[in-house]
Design a protein around this ligand. Structure first.
Ligand code: ATP
Length: 295
């Protein structure tokens, strides 16, 4: 049996979250979801790219603010004498857009990998710091947890594995039955992410590789947005796209910037000019310094 937009809403929602039949109706506009969808039947987590437990986080509405801080971070890959990052420090306030540019091979991707917890700094620290209205810290610094960082790699579509859009987004979800709260959060997070990136107009049954270049990037973003990340990082988000898709992705990031803290590595400086709040240049040898975009 296929679930479509015509399926009664309570059933569609119950299907995704396996709720008891007494659960009140809820809107969940999934299309073409099938009961045999492998993403919903496996009993194990197939991927680590969706990390748990989720902590549903809504954007703060008080006057306190948080910054993401990188302090004196150096990185030497294990077993080498090579220093790829050399005492890198910078600070990015929440809900702002940071851009790192610089020559190929200077260490930009390496830095993003440290922020996402894929590698560990050899020295230095990466943390978030909460401040009060008066600009003074109101809590001790907290290490930036990799679970709270969303990363979209360069050419993310190369890593798509599933047969349809829905399975691609839910690929790393837990397969065992979770609590009602967990499943509800995931379902609502999925709906929000799909809407945010503008994928709501397309069938979730479509093969990810049949999407246009721009829509593939939207899908890659949606995967990271099911749980709202504290920090969203993107490596060369415009690479390989035509002018129309590039403009669409920039527009989407402009929209996301209102809700999220975004850090981008890119060579495409012109397109991002209107979004950038802070920018840094990575020099060869892994030296980072704050610098305006050279336009
Ligand atoms: N594990 C590693 N061991 C040794 N060298 C590495 C390792 N990882 C990356 N490098 C080297 O470190 C340098 C920095 O790589 P990185 O990918 O971070 O640069 P980049 O600035 O992102 O480049 P691009 O703009 O081309 O993506 C490169 O010379 C790369 O070959």
């Amino acid at each position: 049996m296929a679930i479509s937009l015509n399926t009664p809403l309570p059933f569609r929602f119950r299907f995704l979250t396996q709720l008891p039949s007494s659960t009140p109706p809820s809107s969940f506009p999934l299309s073409n979801l099938t009961l045999n969808s492998p993403a919903l039947n496996h009993n194990h987590v197939r991927s680590s790219r969706f990390k748990f437990p989720p902590a549903a986080k809504l954007p703060s509405i008080n006057c306190d603010y948080t910054t993401f801080e990188v302090r004196d971070v150096s990185y030497q890959p294990p077993g080498t004498q090579l220093k790829l990052l050399n005492s890198v420090s910078f600070s990015l306030p929440e809900k702002s857009f940071g851009l790192i540019f610089g020559q190929s091979g200077s260490g930009k991707t390496t830095l993003l990998q440290l922020l996402a917890g894929i590698s560990k700094p050899t020295t230095g620290s990466i943390y978030s710091q909460k401040y009060g209205n008066d600009g003074n810290p109101i809590k001790p610094p907290e290490p930036l947890s990799p679970e709270r960082v969303g990363i979209v790699f360069q050419f993310p579509e190369r890593y798509f594995l599933a047969e349809n859009v829905l399975d691609e987004v839910t690929f790393g979800w837990p397969r065992q039955k979770g609590s009602y709260q967990l499943r509800e959060n995931l379902a609502l997070g999925l709906q929000r992410a799909i809407n945010w990136v503008g994928l709501n107009g397309i069938s979730l049954d479509k093969h990810p590789h049949s999407l246009s270049g721009g829509y593939k990037r939207r899908l890659a973003l949606a995967i990271q947005l099911v749980q709202i990340p504290d920090l969203l990082i993107l490596d060369e988000p415009l690479a390989g796209l035509d002018w129309k898709a590039r403009a669409d992705v920039v527009k989407l990031l402009k929209h996301l910037k209102k809700e999220l803290t975004v850090l981008v590595v890119s060579h495409d400086l012109r397109e991002f000019t209107s979004l950038v709040d802070r920018s840094w240049k990575m020099e060869m040898g892994g030296n980072l310094r704050e610098e305006s975009l050279p336009l």
